[in-house]
Design a protein around this ligand. Structure first.
Ligand code: IMP
Ligand code: MG
Length: 174
């Protein structure tokens, strides 16, 4: 079923990096409660692993982020839905994202969250494709891996909703 996908980052390498990120977050927020805010659906698997490695008083929340079209590129029109009625005011929020690509999603999310009057907002992204960035000024406070300009799937990331459940990050071979 996945014979045409080439492994870019293996499961063990991901797990090791997730532990390092979690340790960094645990140190930085010592003694403070934190809300991990995952973007649906791409960040679900990353968030699940990250949360279990963080040793803090944690809350978990989700926000639905979608841009028009579900294939390989997000558009500038990012829609947000924050459906669970969680009050984020005065919370220390860490946005957990699968990947920062063009940068629309991250910047739109930050703008939205600042409007909810939180105590702080930081961004944790598993992957970054800096060559593709068009929105300047996106700061990734906690980054898993920088990758080249290739479309990747697995570990939560999809191509038209497929391949999210792969335990590694891979590139679909043409
Ligand atoms: P941005 O708004 O272009 O930064 O897009 C970020 C979103 O685009 C991510 O949350 C993903 O849903 C999607 N995306 C960007 N690059 C990839 C990729 O290589 N594989 C899967 N999804 C991607
Ligand atoms: Mg997606």
């Amino acid at each position: 079923m996945n014979e045409n996908i080439k492994v870019l980052i293996g499961a063990e390498e991901i797990a090791a990096r997730v532990k390092e990120l979690a340790a960094e977050i645990t140190r930085d927020y010592e003694g403070q409660p934190v809300t991990l805010l995952g973007t649906l659906k791409g960040a679900v698997i990353f968030l699940a692993d990250l949360a279990r490695e963080i040793d803090l008083d944690l809350e978990i929340d989700f926000i639905r982020v979608f841009s028009y079209g579900d294939k390989s590129e997000s558009s500038g029109k990012v829609k947000l839905e924050h459906p669970f009625n969680v009050d984020l005011s005065q919370k220390h929020i860490i946005v957990v994202e699968d990947i920062v690509d063009i940068g629309y999603t991250a910047s739109r999310l930050r703008e939205f969250l600042i409007g909810l009057n939180p105590a702080s907002v930081k961004l944790c992204a598993l992957l970054d494709k800096p060559e593709r960035r068009k929105v300047q000024g996106v700061v990734i406070d906690y980054l898993g891996f920088t990758i080249p300009d290739k479309f990747v799937v697995g570990y939560g990331l999809d191509y038209a909703q497929r391949h999210r459940s792969l335990p590694y990050i891979g590139v679909i071979q043409e």
